[in-house]
Design a protein around this ligand. Structure first.
Ligand code: ARG
Length: 551
């Protein structure tokens, strides 16, 4: 199903030969869409823009789609869709099980790297953003027809395990009794021990070597630490209602055996050189090299990421690689992608995108930390929201606050604002949905609407009031907004759309009686309500938010 603006756009382009770049009209009196195509053509043709606009309009064949186009101001062309066209678009959407989604012309394999917490540490607020944004992108890309492979690049390898395992052995700790929270305490204890006690530090360093060379006792404890941590992460995922599963787990340690091959490939390609004992790759445009292997022989974060890129391209057959990771890692990814291209791990047709995001700030507008100065855990944020609202509403509040903020912006975690059912919040959208659900429930009870699936056969037959027209225009644009999010990876565009829709619905609800009207007006408004409910539910689902029938 192609959207109304793209249909209209194609008609105009048939006359002008260039993309009319239709934009939503800035004011209702300008119709629904506006194009500056005549202004652009006038420049190349050296004619007055209004004259060019008149010539274009004279040759346009759009009478089946819109009212006669109008020329405005210096030569803009304004289009207003016919009410009957809008009504049919809404009715078709209502009859379509996919709500107008799934139109992506070329299905791709998309790998999304998100969440990625670190073993033996609780997830903190940064991981919340990655998890929520990644989950939303997963849903959106899947909905438009791509095959999404999530990869949870958990930090489950590295020198910290040396001291952790050593501490466990030194203190005779029963690993089986640990939880994620107590493992984190143990981590802090081990860290302090490492810094205070030279003898312990040496043993911890030797323990890293034992881990890397596969010593069975060390590996067994390490494995137990991972299992405890994964259980803790899974609890959080369940509470967040996100789609990540054990199958998506692809921690750093997964690439261990491949790191020697990565090094060999880097050396053979001539890209890697030894610099002060470390294996480095220098790339043009970077003022520091990528360190693949440190001088002590240990592999770094970058080496693992190079192996991960290669795995995703070669074994998972990805067309598009997406990394949802905080903005401070921008340099790292820039360098990883550059080196991966340089050595041929990343063919030109595979795209890479670092979806970088800002920080969640505390109520004082500063970096969010506890009174003790430690990072705030994700669980404590969820608890704070649950104290203010029922869990599905609290979760909607948190997710929406996160997704509706432009990715690069920092935002303040203000629970009492986020849970309100008015303003630009998740609960406000849930409320709009619940309102429609109530109208429809009452209609079914009064015998005005068939129950269940049969209801999707009803049609919008008239749009008399401006509030109805506004709602219909918005509804017909849903698929396009979702396509845009799939292309630009900016969830806030979907949030803005849904907020605009919810506001338009509220105006419609206030001005246009549904159950109290009669005849085909009532039937048509009920059909409109049905489609509103479906689009709100589908949109909320793409954000990972539950569409409630009652609130
Ligand atoms: N574990 C890392 C962190 O907490 C994030 C990993 C992101 N993904 C990646 N492929 N590097 O900062």
């Amino acid at each position: 199903m192609s959207s109304l603006p793209s249909l209209l756009s194609a008609r105009v382009e048939a006359v002008t030969g260039i993309d009319p770049e239709l934009r939503p009209a800035t004011k209702p009196q300008f119709g629904h869409f506006q194009s500056n195509v005549a202004l652009r053509l006038a420049k190349t043709e050296g004619k007055p823009p209004r004259q060019v606009a008149a010539e274009v309009v004279a040759r346009l064949q759009v009478s089946d789609l819109c009212e006669p186009p109008e020329i405005a101001g210096p030569g803009f062309i304004n289009f207003r869709l016919l009410n009957s066209v809008l009504a049919d678009a809404v009715s078709d959407q209502l009859a379509d099980p996919a709500v107008g989604l799934g139109t992506s012309p070329e299905p791709q394999v998309v790998v999304i790297d998100y969440s990625a917490p670190n073993v033996a540490k609780q997830m903190h607020v940064g991981h919340l953003r990655s998890t929520i944004i990644g989950d939303c992108l997963n849903r959106v890309l899947t909905a438009v027809g791509h095959r999404v492979i999530p990869q949870n690049h958990v930090g489950d390898w590295g020198t910290q395990f040396g001291m952790l395992v050593e501490e466990i052995l030194a203190e005779g700790i029963d690993v089986g009794q640990l939880t994620l929270a107590s493992a984190e305490d143990l981590y802090k204890q081990a860290n302090a021990h490492f810094r205070a006690d030279e003898e312990f530090a040496t043993l911890a360093r030797q323990r890293v070597v034992a881990l890397q060379s596969g010593d069975p006792v060390t590996r067994a404890i390490w494995r137990q630490l991972i299992d405890i941590s994964l259980a803790g992460f899974n609890e959080v995922y369940a509470r967040l209602d996100v789609k990540l599963t054990d199958e998506d787990m692809a921690g750093e340690s997964m690439y261990n055996d491949d790191l020697e091959n990565v090094v060999a490939d880097l050396e053979n390609s001539g890209a890697a050189v030894i610099d002060a004992g470390a294996l480095c790759v220098f790339s043009p445009g970077f003022n520091s090299p990528m360190i693949v292997r440190k001088s002590d022989g240990g592999f770094g974060y970058a080496a693992t990421d190079l192996a991960a890129v290669r795995h995703r391209v070669r074994d998972l057959h990805a067309h598009r690689l997406i990394y949802v990771v905080g903005a401070p890692q921008a340099f790292h990814f820039d360098q990883v992608f550059t080196v991966a291209r340089q050595v041929g791990f990343l063919p030109p047709e595979v795209s890479t995108e670092h979806v970088a995001f800002g920080q969640i700030l505390g109520p004082d507008g500063k970096k969010f930390s506890t009174r003790e100065g430690t990072a705030v855990t994700l669980t404590s944020l969820l608890d704070a929201a649950d104290a203010e609202a029922a869990p599905p509403v609290a979760l909607a509040a948190i997710k929406y606050a996160d997704l509706s903020t432009g990715l690069n912006k920092d935002y303040v975690f203000d629970v009492s604002r986020m849970v309100q059912t008015f303003g630009n919040t998740g609960p406000y959208l849930q409320y709009a949905h619940a309102r429609m659900a109530r109208v429809l429930r009452n209609a079914v009870e009064e015998g005005l609407l068939p129950a269940g699936d049969a209801a999707s056969a009803v049609r919008v037959t008239r749009l008399d009031e401006p509030q109805e027209q506004t709602v219909a225009l918005l509804l017909s644009g849903f698929g396009e907004v979702v396509d845009e999010v799939a292309a630009t990876l900016q969830p806030h565009k979907l949030c803005t759309y849904l907020y605009d829709l919810a506001r338009a619905v509220s105006a419609f609800y206030e001005e246009c009686p549904v159950l109290k009207s009669e005849g085909d007006v009532r039937a048509s408004r009920l059909a409109l309500c049905l489609d509103i409910k479906r689009v709100l539910a589908a949109g909320l689902d793409l954000l990972g938010i539950e569409a409630l029938d009652r609130m």
